[in-house]
Design a binder for this molecule. Structure first.
Ligand code: SAH
Length: 348
């Protein structure tokens, strides 16, 4: 999928190696030139064509006339003193803002990336949706969040979670394009085994994704075991209810063989009782899955709250009921690392 800039130039960082090869050969150049350009862009990560020194000056000028290399500007960097979490507020070419977070785990650094400017999904506990939806991100703009963070921090990113601002399956084509670029052996070369995609449950897109058999981990933001409660906090449930969603998850597992991860943001007094745990265990009875309990992050616009103690209590309910569950580590608590909160301060 080719994204055009306003000035008519093609966003070259969003082109897969296959697409780039096609365009370069149409320009009368040999196919291996495409691979050279791709490596300049995705391995050496140059910011302009003049740095591509193994190409002729004329070819570089020609590239400059037809293509643009997008960029992200680091507006703000917050570093946690607790745990090496780093949060970036980036400004896009059009002045919009997005956020990304580097999280350190034993196995390496994982980056949480945004996929849209804002979000349409309207989840009641989520900061990303409050300022509304502006636009989809191009594949290049998702990728650049990682490239810029690696450049700035000097840290190597080995895993990616699509859990920042936006609903990845609501920007399906660009996200698939991004995954292709991210895993390309001639580019960033990050295995999709180290990638998690989180969705609030856009059922038709889950079916579409399953067919691609990408090997990534699908995370489902479930957050409630009962349709009335889920609809109250997640409007998407009115369109695709829990039964349809779990049916899609079953068929995803059957097609891909990949275990599903369910996210459960615990909100005091809403979804944290033994009764809720019991219902959840019944829903997930015949699933090979994992439940990730997240004490809900406080957002000043909403009254929801939770704490780690309630999360451990809920985890015990679930494990006693035979469900595999963990409580998510809280990272970057001192820098409000939950996505969407920083952007809010920058949007009017
Ligand atoms: N739109 C996608 C991905 C972005 S949100 C989705 O809904 O899955 C990533 C995860 O953070 C989701 O599970 C989301 O429900 C959760 N989340 C959002 N706001 C939160 C908050 N205030 N506290 C805890 N989890 C939150």
């Amino acid at each position: 999928m080719i994204n055009k800039e306003n000035n008519g130039k093609i966003d070259i960082l969003s082109l897969t190696l296959h697409e780039l090869t096609e365009l370069i050969t149409q320009m009368g150049e040999k196919p291996f030139r495409a691979k050279q350009i791709f490596q300049w862009l995705h391995v050496k990560r140059v910011k302009n064509f003049s740095q591509m020194t193994n190409l002729s000056a004329q070819f570089r000028a020609n590239l400059d006339a037809h293509f643009c290399i997008k960029s992200l500007f680091i507006c703000k960097r917050l570093e946690s003193v607790n745990d090496n979490t780093v949060k970036y507020l980036y400004e896009l070419d059009d002045g919009n803002h997005i956020e990304s977070v580097i999280m350190e785990y034993n196995h390496g650094n994982t980056m949480c990336v945004s996929t849209q400017v804002g979000c349409k999904m309207g989840c009641k506990f989520c900061a990303s949706t409050i300022a509304g939806f502006k636009r989809n991100l191009a594949a290049s703009e998702i990728l650049l969040q990682i490239y810029e963070a690696e450049r700035d921090s000097g840290r190597h990113i080995s895993g990616v979670v699509l859990m920042g601002i936006g609903e990845p399956l609501d920007n399906y084509d660009n996200v698939i394009n991004f995954l292709d670029l991210l895993s390309c052996p001639d580019g960033a070369n990050i295995s999709l085994r180290h990638v998690s995609l989180s969705t609030c449950g856009l059922v038709p897109k889950i079916h579409e994704l399953a067919k691609l058999k990408l090997g990534l981990t699908l995370s489902i933001s479930l957050h409630a075991a009962d349709n009335a409660e889920r609809s109250e906090i997640m409007p998407v449930n009115d369109k695709y209810n829990i039964e349809e969603l779990l049916q899609a998850c079953h068929s995803y597992f059957e097609t891909t063989g990949r275990r599903i991860s369910f996210e459960y943001a615990l909100i005091n007094g809403h979804n944290d009782s033994y009764h809720d745990a019991k219902k959840l265990s019944e829903l997930l009875d015949n699933f090979i899955c994992h439940v990730n309990i997240i004490p809900v992050n406080k957002i000043k616009e909403r009254g929801f709250k939770s704490d780690r103690q309630s999360a451990y209590r809920f985890q015990k309910y679930l494990t006693d009921l035979g469900v595999n569950a963990t409580v998510r580590r809280t990272l970057g608590a001192d820098i409000d690392a939950a996505c969407g909160q920083l952007r809010r301060e920058y949007e009017v």
